[in-house]
Design a protein around this ligand. Structure first.
Ligand code: TXA
Ligand code: MG
Length: 321
């Protein structure tokens, strides 16, 4: 079983494991990540193995500073502006990969671009101490919900990894927003912890939407899959259903729900994002066959919340990550 260590005591043990080519679950501001040295092919292979990923999807490489980022990727002026505005933080930038960056090709699944992110807090200190970028997908078994607490990560992956670093519940609660600059335009590849409107305000232009083919290979529909079925934007709760509520007002039949958790009684989307994965997990553990979800506004972080809910509700295919 994995050891859970508080972040204040975990830097040296985590570093020792990473230097030995092992993987470690670490906190980031978005979700917990399953981290390995991005320059070490065996370590990256262990990430896929521990997650049970059915195929190699490109991973995000996490950096501690702009200098490290610049040694790995080529930053056009717009990507640089985005990095300066939102890093460290929940934004991932896809940029052309430098051939001499030392990144193992398993990280990018052979693409000539790389997804880069500069996290806050423990992750950043760990990367700086290692002196190398960390490849880290969300710390969950393929097809399960991303872990937002150390205990969720330990109960999911604990028999396959030796250390989970605990820094409490992740403040953002869902994954980073992923964008890519193409011909002076910024394309949204995955909505996430930075709202599209914030990015548009920073760059003074609208985001391009609608991913193109391989460019978002990790965007498979069944990515976030609880065991329960999901019914979204419900107008009522049916017998036997659990309810994932939002805001002060309840839908019809709510009193009969077998269990209810409210993402944000006040209707705050940031709070709802923080609670989303852990509340889905909790209702799922209770064993209801179906989780009914109240309508959630689509503006701001609501876009990413609705995106994750749609994935959780999608038919279960082989194409999981
Ligand atoms: O918040 C997050 O982003 C978390 C924390 C741990 O940093 N990480 C995370 O990683 O969500 P993961 O592996 O679950 O998702 C990475 C996404 C995938 O959808 C993948 O397809 C996409 O990034 N991606 C990676 N490299 C890419 C590339 N070169 N071009 C396009 N998409 C890429
Ligand atoms: Mg994931």
């Amino acid at each position: 079983m994995a050891e859970i260590l508080p972040a204040s005591k975990a830097l040296e043990p985590a570093l020792a494991l990473l230097r030995a080519g092992e993987v470690v679950a670490i906190p980031t501001e978005t979700v917990y990540g399953l981290a390995g040295d991005a320059t070490d092919g065996a370590a990256v292979a262990r990430i896929y193995e521990a997650k049970g990923r059915p195929r190699f999807n490109p991973l995000i490489a996490h950096v501690s500073d702009m200098e490290m980022a610049g040694r790995i990727g080529r930053f056009d002026p717009l990507s640089l502006k985005l990095a300066e505005t939102f890093w460290p933080g929940p934004l991932t930038l896809v940029v052309p990969l430098r051939a001499d960056a030392g990144i193992h090709p398993l990280v990018t699944a052979g693409l000539d671009t790389i997804a880069l992110r500069m996290p806050r807090g423990f992750g950043s200190r760990l990367i700086a101490a290692l002196g190398a970028p960390l490849a880290a997908p969300s710390a969950n078994t393929s097809g399960r919900i991303s872990g937002t607490t150390a205990s969720a990560v330990a109960s999911d992956l604990g028999d396959r990894i030796s250390l989970v670093v605990d820094d409490g519940p992740t403040p953002v609660g869902l994954e980073s927003t992923i964008v890519k600059v193409e011909n002076g335009k910024v394309r949204l590849l995955r909505p996430g912890g930075v709202a599209a409107e914030e990015i548009e305000a920073a760059i003074g232009q609208k985001l391009e939407r609608g991913a193109k083919g391989i460019e978002a290979p990790g965007m498979m529909l069944s990515h976030y899959a609880p065991n329960a079925g999901m019914r979204l934007a419900v107008e009522d709760v049916r017998p036997g259903e659990a309810l994932l509520a939002f805001g002060p007002d309840r839908v019809r039949g709510a009193a009969n729900a077998v269990a209810t958790l409210n993402l944000s009684p006040a209707g705050d989307l940031r709070e709802a994002a923080t609670n989303l994965f852990s509340f889905m997990q909790e209702l799922d553990r209770d064993g209801a066959a179906t989780i009914a979800v109240e309508p959630i506004p689509t503006e701001g972080l609501g876009e990413a919340i609705n995106d994750r809910l749609a994935r959780a509700a999608a038919p279960r295919g082989a194409d999981r990550e």
